[in-house]
Design a protein around this ligand. Structure first.
Ligand SMILES: NC(=O)C1=CN([C@@H]2O[C@H](COP(=O)(O)OP(=O)(O)OC[C@H]3O[C@@H](n4cnc5c(N)ncnc54)[C@H](OP(=O)(O)O)[C@@H]3O)[C@@H](O)[C@H]2O)C=CC1
Ligand SMILES: Nc1nc2c(ncn2[C@@H]2O[C@H](COP(=O)(O)O)[C@@H](O)[C@H]2O)c(=O)[nH]1
Length: 320
């Protein structure tokens, strides 16, 4: 077990092989597609919406649309008409099984389907993977989660998932650790390392990234892609409600398992925060890309592959 987190680790530079960071390529392949960056906004109602999904797909960034109060059929239809990548989320309830039937009957096969539940190491996820495979064969790329252990990664892969999403409780608006005593909150990066040893397919590191440098750290410890909520949640275009405090503009960012998203106080494992608006989303992507190009140059390479093998230290000043 490796109980360390992002702030406990620093990566060690190798000799530079580029003359400019602009030579460093941050692209990543997931399934049949190559995307500009190994990051994806969290599939949460205050982080992503249809407009942002279209914008990201047009610019060749990966996205996963959320599944809350949302017409996935017309969304997939629209994305296909625009010849853009379609990427949706499903749960594991009866209506989610029906949604897969309906999409299949209409021959609307999404390019990516993310099975998005809190405790993804579950028989319900096995059944949903089997259902999707039965209806859509290998035409869709299945991401399943969330999980926290190597055994869960092995099982989900064995059940047919194409990628697993790792992270139970490290999120900014997550209270799972406090409410249940379980999860990877406080040692998410260690969990990524632990799970990636078992993985034979891509891992998506989900939750707990607080600064751009955490993307490189996730990749070093085995992630192919990083799902990020709080860093993406507070932009001018973000779907969260605008709130002005002392003349400063904030956005609401709340958990998918919060009472605000659920509309009821039942099995609540999420809370709400206000995050200061930081400008346009595309500028954040640009800054992230530049920072990751720098990371690649420090790793001594030209692509993300260089980051995967760099040495690291555990900081003695950390709580670890
Ligand atoms: N990454 C994370 O750490 C977490 C993420 N979330 C997010 O919150 C949203 C809601 O999640 P979730 O409540 O799973 O979704 P749903 O409310 O759609 O629940 C999915 C199904 O799983 C059941 N279920 C949920 N949690 C558990 C559990 N711990 N043990 C057994 N069965 C369970 C639910 O039944 P019932 O409700 O009756 O138990 C329901 O049938 C999702 O978007 C999820 O990603 C939530 C918590 C943690
Ligand atoms: N325990 C909970 N986790 C949640 C909830 N809603 C979303 N999430 C997870 O958080 C990440 C985003 O984390 P961040 O640190 O980048 O902000 C998201 O992708 C989900 O996996 C929730 O209500 N409870």
């Amino acid at each position: 077990m490796y109980a360390f987190d992002y702030e406990d680790i620093q990566l060690i530079p190798n000799m530079c092989v580029v003359n400019s960071r602009s030579e460093c390529n941050t692209s990543v392949t997931l399934g049949k597609n190559t995307f500009k960056m190994p990051v994806v906004p969290a599939n949460m109602a205050t982080v992503i919406n249809e407009e942002l999904s279209v914008m990201l797909a047009e610019k060749n960034y990966f996205y996963v649309m959320h599944r809350f109060d949302f017409d996935a059929i017309s969304f997939v239809k629209k994305m296909k008409e625009k010849k853009l990548i379609s990427s949706i989320s499903v749960g594991v309830k009866e209506q989610d099984f029906k949604l897969i039937n309906d999409l299949s009957d209409l021959n609307l096969i999404p390019d990516y389907i993310t099975i998005d539940i809190a405790h993804g190491h579950a028989n319900s996820v096995k059944q949903m993977i089997e259902h999707i495979r039965n209806k859509m064969k290998d035409q869709t790329f299945i991401i399943a989660g969330n999980v926290a252990t190597p055994q869960a990664v092995r099982d989900l892969e064995h059940w047919g998932a194409d990628a697993t999403k790792v992270g139970v409780g490290p999120g900014k608006v997550c209270i799972t650790k406090l409410k249940t005593g379980f999860g990877t909150g406080g040692w998410q990066l260690g969990a990524i390392k632990w799970c990636s040893k078992a993985a034979t397919k891509p891992i998506i590191a989900d939750g707990g990234l607080r600064v751009n440098g955490d993307i490189a750290k996730s990749i070093r410890f085995g992630a192919t892609m990083c799902m990020i909520g709080s860093l993406f949640a507070a932009h001018e275009e973000s779907p969260g409600k605008n709130v002005t405090v002392d003349g400063i503009l904030f956005k609401e960012y709340y958990g998918s398992a919060s009472e605000y998203n659920k509309g009821e106080k039942r099995y609540v494992e999420g809370k709400k925060e206000l995050i200061k608006v930081r400008g346009k989303l595309i500028d954040t992507y640009k800054e992230m890309e530049e920072d990751l190009q720098s990371s690649i140059s420090y790793a001594g390479g030209k692509t993300l592959k260089a980051i995967k093998k760099v040495d690291y230290v555990i900081l003695k000043t950390s709580n670890f």
